[in-house]
Design a protein around this ligand. Structure first.
Ligand code: PMP
Length: 429
């Protein structure tokens, strides 16, 4: 008898393009049928066929404390009693804005939106208005959501599907997006030199999650900041993934580089749809109705989403030791898989920082998108399915980061390592 997941997927394909509402969920790059989930709690996802998995994607980042944390769950349940959406201001929006500004020092003012995509689209519109320049620079393999301007040499699901430029993005839009090589200051400088007084902003994932995990080299982000200052462009840190995941103030709190604008998403909504962009007050005050740059949203600042986000941020500031615990688990995972690879005489690359992690099936260091693309996607697919069979849910693509949650403790870590050992043995022994 077939699984419920496969029959649901067959039906889904007749009603939803590709059967999913976000491409990477379809298992295109790893093959096979996606697993339909029924529920999730703590470290575990439970599928519609009654099988459970240790969750290593955490909704692609938001679940820092694991799925359905009781504090967030109770806050949302309570908020439900007050209604779902008013289209008028609520005080919780002020409280979450205050919280974000207090946690991320470079953010003096912040605007809430509903997704990371909205945040990045608004941030570049604002940067263009502020600098009166049209062009933006992004980095090959970085993903900033599905706004037209960003679907140029993008990572994440775009990398997985092998569509570097999406049809439907006009040539005139594409010509205003320049792409540099990550971790390579010369390539950035070259673009600035070739486009003097035309670049509004550089947008960068300070740590990249969307080509698989890629970490900035020592001094690289300081160099990016310096070039932006030298050539008069704003620096936008897209911390949709890294914000509140790597530290309570994002990766900027670790590298001590102040961007002009920051985009946030994922954790900031505690699992409900929220994004945000913020930065220097002088820039943010150009946003309507304070200024002329239009940006709006019927559901922006939605009371349920804001409640979940505020509960999540409070949970973080009340449990700052979580970052030490997550980093320890990340390191143990790295060391455990490293020793399994060593035992098999394999030298595949592992990138890890805090609770973000990628095993690349390539022998070379992965510092940019070209490096990431040397990975053997077929091997990743085999590893993915070996882990899935053994009850571990990894990202269904080589070009994504794994996300460890605080619900993953010693017992779960042992299960992950056991599954990895068996899978690697099956693949290579
Ligand atoms: N920026 C980054 C760095 C992301 O990782 C993502 C999503 N993975 C986005 C923007 C887009 O966010 P969303 O999917 O919420 O639109």
């Amino acid at each position: 008898m077939g699984s419920l997941s496969s029959s649901y997927f067959e039906k889904a394909k007749t009603l939803i393009p590709g059967g999913v509402n976000s491409p990477v969920r379809a298992f295109k790059s790893v093959g096979g049928t996606p697993v339909f989930m029924k529920s999730a709690k703590g470290a575990y996802l439970h599928d519609v066929d009654g099988k459970s998995y240790i969750d290593l994607i955490g909704s692609w980042g938001p679940m820092l404390f694991g799925q359905a944390h009781p504090v967030i769950e109770n806050a949302v349940k309570e908020a439900l009693n007050d209604g779902f959406s008013f289209g008028a201001p609520t005080y919780k929006e002020v409280l979450i804005a205050e919280k974000i500004c207090s946690m991320v020092p470079s953010i003096e003012k912040v605007r809430l939106v509903n997704s990371g995509t909205e945040a990045t689209m608004a941030a570049i519109r604002l940067a263009r208005a502020y600098t009166k320049c049209d062009k933006i620079i992004k980095f090959e393999g970085c993903y900033h959501g599905h706004g037209d301007s960003f679907l140029i040499a993008a990572g994440s699901g775009v990398a997985t599907l092998g569509t570097p430029d999406s049809p439907g993005v006009t040539v005139s839009t594409a010509k205003d997006t320049l792409t540099a090589v990550y971790n390579d200051l010369e390539s950035l400088q070259h673009l600035f030199e070739a486009n003097i007084n035309q670049v509004a902003a550089v947008i960068i994932e300070p740590v990249v999650g969307n080509m698989g995990l890629v970490i900035p080299k020592e001094g690289y982000l300081a160099g990016v900041r310096q070039l932006c200052d030298q050539y008069g462009a704003l620096l936008i840190f897209d911390e949709v993934m890294t914000g509140f995941r790597l530290s309570p103030s994002g990766y900027q709190g670790i590298c001590h580089i102040q961007p002009d604008l920051t985009t946030l998403g994922k954790i900031i909504g505690g699992g409900l749809p929220v994004g945000a962009y913020g930065g220097k007050a002088a820039i943010m005050d150009m946003i309507a109705p304070a200024g002329p740059v239009y940006q709006a949203g019927t559901l922006s600042g939605n009371p349920l989403a804001t409640t979940a986000g505020l509960a999540m941020l409070n949970l973080i500031t009340e449990n700052l030791e979580v970052y030490t615990r997550l980093a320890e688990q990340g390191l143990k995972l790295k060391m455990g898989i490293r020793s399994q690879l060593d035992a098999l005489g394999l030298s595949y690359t592992i990138n890890q920082i805090g609770s973000m992690f990628t095993l690349f099936f390539t022998n070379q260091a992965v510092n940019n998108f070209a490096d990431a693309k040397t990975s053997d996607a077929t091997l990743y697919g085999k590893y993915f399915h070996g882990m899935l069979e053994r009850g571990i849910y990894l990202p269904p693509s080589q070009y994504e980061s794994w996300f460890i949650s605080d619900a993953i403790r010693e017992e779960e870590l042992a299960k992950i390592l056991q599954a990895s050992e068996e899978t690697l043995q099956q693949m290579f022994a």
